[in-house]
Design a protein around this ligand. Structure first.
Ligand code: PLP
Length: 444
């Protein structure tokens, strides 16, 4: 077991780091500092063991401290630390693209590499818009997202996204021509659903309404998370995604699934697209691609889209887009080692074998104080608490803090706790998660 590091920071030493999506003043008055990680656990700076119920941030699907990944990254750094991705290639980039295509839904057979989920989203939106143009549909410039959607923090992502605090500061500079579908969260009809909720497929018809309003000839793409994560876990209603697909097909609209959290085994299939039997035209991915070890994202694209760009003089660059660190060799090495672990250990489908146990354990919390919904899919849980009037988020933050004191890392968003453990989790650890949550909820 790793030992604790003895150092701790003074308040002023904590100030230099402006922490992302963090209540900086609150955090810095009572820091939670993680120092080591292995398997299913973190260790805090003062040596406490913490069970990771969130795979870091939905990314460490194969568990922490995987030696194979560390060795692959080290070997790659020694062989070749960096290679320019523009007009140059290197073996791990092609190997990883092929390895991703191998597990992707049939037909999504081209991969563009990025460095994060946000960059994957910006890339996917740009590819969709450019695709409409290169195929002669240049009037299709509008993008449709969904309320409560999270698509990262780029301007495209926050524009198609639907989380108000992520948007309001920048409302004047959103990209133009964006509309939103309604979210699918309906506690009155679907509270305590197991798996896909029964009600809400009709909400897909809103896409027809938007097509009527704007005209299909103006709409380039629709982007949705198959399971919305950051907003607090919204499972798609039965039939909803299929209907969105049908409407997109009918009107020539590109369908993008943002699978940054659902990719790489979270639902029990490699991608949620396979799990729900609906194939989009583009998938955005990141997180689990490298087990969170090295930042990397990917955009998976259907052949027809890729091929639409392969025209004009052979010496012409087909897509004026890319990053200095697209297909970075160390990220590719980490990705290849990660996918090899997933395959060897059957992790891309392991969530399916644990899903029922996870679901039963989760729903055992029904009836606990302030619990107004429990929703689950694969190894995902959303536990929604009744908000304290005027203090949205404070109740779930209390649960989050108390769980952390008891050695459990959860994730809080508003008054919802979202759990997504590493896919290597064992049943006793599932028990530990829900026993801890039960103790904390009882004490509220
Ligand atoms: C669905 C979805 N898209 C995009 C992102 C952004 O990813 P990143 O934080 O790597 O930019 C996230 C992050 O959680 C996400 O959940």
């Amino acid at each position: 077991m790793p030992t604790a590091t003895p150092e701790s920071f003074t308040r002023s030493e904590l100030e230099a780091y402006w922490m992302p999506f963090t209540a900086n003043r609150q955090f810095k008055s009572k820091p939670r500092i993680l120092a080591k990680a292995s398997g299913m656990y973190y260790w805090t700076q003062d040596g406490r063991q913490i069970l990771d119920a969130v795979a870091g941030l939905w990314c460490v699907n194969a568990g922490h401290g995987r030696k194979e990944i560390a060795q692959a990254v080290a070997a790659q750094l020694e062989t070749m630390d960096y290679a320019p991705p523009f007009q140059m290639g290197h073996p791990p980039a092609f190997e990883l693209a092929n390895a991703v295509v191998k597990i992707a839904p049939a037909g999504l057979d081209h991969v563009f590499f990025t460095n994060s989920g946000s960059e994957s989203v910006e890339t996917a939106l740009k590819i969709a818009l450019a695709y409409q143009r290169v195929r002669g549909e240049a009037t299709r410039t509008k993008l449709i997202g969904r309320e409560r959607g999270y698509h990262g923090v780029g301007f495209g992502g926050i524009s198609v996204g639907g989380i108000s605090p992520n948007r309001k500061m920048w409302s004047a500079t959103m990209i133009p021509g964006v509309d939103h579908l309604s979210h699918t969260h309906d506690l009155a009809k679907n509270a305590f659903s197991r798996g896909e909720p029964a009600h809400g497929a009709n909400l897909a018809e809103e896409l027809e309404r938007l097509v009527t309003l704007h005209d299909a000839s103006t709409i380039a793409a629709v982007i949705v998370e198959p399971i919305a994560g950051s907003t607090g876990v919204l499972i798609p209603p039965q039939g909803y995604l299929k209907r969105i697909r049908e409407i997109c097909d009918k009107h020539g609209i590109v369908l993008i699934f943002d699978e940054v959290i659902t990719g790489f085994g979270r639902t029990g299939s490699a991608f949620a697209a396979q799990e729900f039997g609906v194939t989009p035209d583009i998938i955005t991915a990141a997180k689990g691609l490298t087990n969170g070890c090295v930042p990397m994202g990917a955009v998976l694209v259907k052949k027809a889209i890729y091929e639409a760009f392969m025209q004009g003089p052979e010496g012409a660059i087909e897509l004026f887009h890319g990053y200095t660190y697209s297909a970075h060799p160390t990220a590719c090495a980490a990705g290849l080692a990660t996918l090899a672990i997933y395959e060897r250990e059957g992790l891309l489908t392991r969530a399916k074998t644990l899903a029922r146990y996870w679901e039963d354990a989760a729903h055992s919390l029904q009836g606990f104080p302030h619990v107004i919904d429990i929703r689950n899919y694969g190894l995902i849980l959303g536990l929604e608490l009744e908000s304290i009037p005027g203090k949205v988020g404070s109740r779930a933050f209390e649960v989050y803090s108390k769980c952390f004191e008891r050695g459990l890392l959860t994730r809080q968003t508003g008054d919802i706790l979202a759990l997504s453990p590493p896919l290597i989790i064992e049943r006793p650890q599932i028990d530990q998660i829900f026993t801890t949550l039960a103790e904390v909820l009882k004490g509220l």
